[in-house]
Design a protein around this ligand. Structure first.
Ligand code: GLU
Length: 444
């Protein structure tokens, strides 16, 4: 059995009940086989892969808080500090009822490679809670965030571990978390990113993930003598990533015709009116369904199936494993040529393999959604310097980072004779830097 297969079997045996983590590890190990095979003895004797798949530390804790009825609620809190070879742990916090250790380990593992690809000095981590912010009052969200941070603040810091947002954690939550960190630790430091602009946040951080997705899509298209101009695009989700992907794609001449949330999807053949989506999602914290009531010609369909809408470009920006084999088959049958992931691992392994085998140009999230965390790293730099850069400066840096990521993953794929296999390219390019740094630092 090859070394990569052995390590995968060990991961499955030693981490029972963690299917998402197994899935993320398998994809990476399968990609790395060509690299490992060249130098298997060395990697094996140093247990490089065993170290890579084992988080440096997992913190798990109780989060008690009082709801508006005076009842005490208890949630689970976690921080997975996966790898600090190239910088302090960096990665978001997810608040969603589905959160468990498997999901946070998969996200933390992906984050290690993603952060490496940004070229910036950030290690990988992820955290969160099974708390569901949906339907909670501001006071309840604050009570939860304060309790969560009262425990988490013992383990994080501007040079140790810098969390940010993810699903269910936006500007409001980051504000409450930052306030409690400062109060308990008595430190005004850049311990979280995605902060508000009045207290150390960076311009463009809100837009960064979605903009980055479209910047790298644009590079991919340019490299294949194509452009977004006049293309029909479907963007899944309607959170922060989706909203700003729609904005940038529209600015670059595309027509985005559909978005969704976990209840259903909207189709607007005239092109999505983003002001209305923003009002529904960002101001009213409502459901995407309302769009069809407010916009003439738009329809709402309850349930899954957004992939039935014909498009040239599909940007899955909702959540893990949202796009399966049937979905991808339908997309391709309808002429879809590009799939670029805005969410983390939104495409199942079968769907990814099918798409790539059938001529779709596919960019994996760890490369294509890296603009968010990259801009977080820019926020960390500004906090350390106690300066704030203009939005033009940050946007230009973000754009260049995405151009560089495309070049890196395309080059790695070519070096291993798999041109346009950006899954392999991203995994190899991300791995090379992390492993080099780990080896240089000895047995740690
Ligand atoms: N949660 C985002 C991600 O998946 C952003 C993390 C960050 O900004 O630290 O990369």
């Amino acid at each position: 059995m090859s070394y990569t297969e052995e390590v995968y079997e060990r991961v499955v045996a030693q981490n029972p009940g963690e299917p998402e983590f197994h899935q993320a590890v398998k994809e990476v190990l399968d990609s790395l086989k060509v690299v490992i095979d060249k130098n298997e003895e060395k990697y094996r004797s140093l247990s490089v892969l065993e170290r890579l798949v084992e988080p440096e530390r997992i913190i798990s804790f109780r989060v008690p808080w009082v709801d508006d009825n005076g009842k005490v609620q208890v949630n689970k809190g976690y921080r997975v500090q996966f790898n600090s070879a190239i910088g302090p742990y960096k990665g978001g916090l997810r608040f969603h009822p589905t959160v468990n250790q498997s999901i946070l380990k998969f996200l933390g593992f992906e984050q290690v490679f993603k952060n490496s690809l940004t070229g910036l000095p950030i290690g990988g981590g992820k955290g969160g809670s099974n708390f569901d912010p949906k339907g909670k009052s501001d006071r309840e969200v604050m009570a939860f965030c304060q309790s969560f941070m009262t425990e988490l603040c013992k383990y994080i810091g501007a040079d140790t571990d810098v969390p940010a947002g993810d699903i269910g954690v936006g500007g409001r939550e980051i504000g409450y978390l930052f306030g409690q960190y400062k109060r308990v630790r008595d430190l005004y430091e850049g311990v979280l990113t995605g902060k508000g602009l009045t207290y150390g946040g960076s311009l463009i951080r809100t837009e960064a993930t979605g903009y980055g997705v479209v910047y790298i899509l644009n590079e991919l298209m340019k490299d294949h003598n194509d452009s977004l101009d006049g293309k029909t695009v479907v963007v899944t989700g309607s959170g922060n990533v989706a909203i700003y992907a729609v904005q940038k794609a529209t600015q670059l001449g595309a027509k985005v015709v559909a978005m969704c949330d976990s209840n259903g999807y909207i189709h607007d053949p005239n092109g999505i009116n983003l002001d209305i989506v923003k009002d529904i999602k960002e101001v009213k914290r409502g459901r995407i369904k309302e769009y069809a009531d407010r916009v003439e010609g738009a329809t709402y369909t309850e349930g899954v199936g957004i992939w039935n809408i014909k498009c040239d470009v599909y940007l899955p920006c909702a959540t893990q494993n949202e796009l399966d084999l049937d979905g991808v088959k339908t997309l391709i049958a309808n002429g879809c040529k590009y799939i670029v992931e805005g969410a983390n691992m939104p495409t199942t392994r079968e769907a990814t393999d099918y798409a790539m085998a059938n001529g779709v140009l596919f960019l994996p999230g760890k490369a294509s959604n890296a603009g968010g965390v990259a801009t977080s790293a820019l926020e960390m730099s500004q906090n350390s310097q106690r300066l704030s850069w203009t939005s033009e400066e940050v946007d230009a840096k973000l754009h260049q980072i995405m151009v560089d990521i495309y070049a890196k993953i395309s080059d790695a794929a070519k070096r291993y004779d798999m041109p346009d296999n950006f899954v392999v390219g991203a995994n190899i390019a991300g791995f090379e830097k992390v492993v080099d740094a780990m080896m240089a630092q000895g047995i740690v």
